[in-house]
Design a protein around this ligand. Sequence first.
Ligand SMILES: Nc1nc2c(ncn2[C@@H]2O[C@H](COP(=O)(O)OP(=O)(O)OP(=O)(O)O)[C@@H](O)[C@H]2O)c(=O)[nH]1
Ligand SMILES: [Mg+2]
Length: 196
Amino acid sequence: MSFLNYSTKEINFKIVYYGPGLSGKTTNIKEIYNKIKQDNKGKLVSLATETERTLFFDFFPLDLGTISGYKVKFHLYTVPGQIYYSSSRKLILKGVDGVVFVADSQRERFEANIESLNDMLENLREYNLQFEELPYILQLNKRDLPNITPANELIETLRRKGEPVVEAVAMKSTGVIETLKAISRLVMKDVKAKLG
Ligand SMILES: Nc1nc2c(ncn2[C@@H]2O[C@H](COP(=O)(O)OP(=O)(O)OP(=O)(O)O)[C@@H](O)[C@H]2O)c(=O)[nH]1
Ligand SMILES: [Mg+2]
């Protein structure tokens, strides 16, 4: 859960980009990283295989200014999408405050999206995290490709609780900041109420 530090006047949020292998999770956070001013971000830690697939996670901290005198920090993580890194995916979800599900719009990845979504829901359940309460965004990525499922069909299958949906071409940065703004809006909503 979000960590409110009274002595340092900081609020820390953990945001995880989840989704099937090669859906564009790392691309999302790299694009965000490239767009943020140096002063507002920490180091991007990225551990990848030779083929650039995420091995454990990608991570960087992002400063989002202050609310009610508290410094707001987002810690952005991606999970490794490859099926055999299931235990890492679960571990990375621990204490999460918000999730972005990055779906791959390509027809041949239709089932992979569903599998990954179910895997996410199962992992959240195991941590006793209430999905209904969790700030959550569905991103439909790779909308630039020719072999894609229509957005309405993807929404019908993948949308689980009326969450905001963002269409994206992460590689070209389209929809990336919109997605980040959408998830931050949701995670900040609760905190603003608490801080008054
Ligand atoms: N055409 C197209 N390609 C994309 C888009 N977003 C990402 N890609 C490409 O898809 C491939 C995989 O992207 P990554 O961001 O590494 O995917 P990932 O979800 O982090 O993959 P794992 O770490 O293996 O789980 C790369 O070659 C990207 O350039 C997009 O919107 N359109
Ligand atoms: Mg990755």
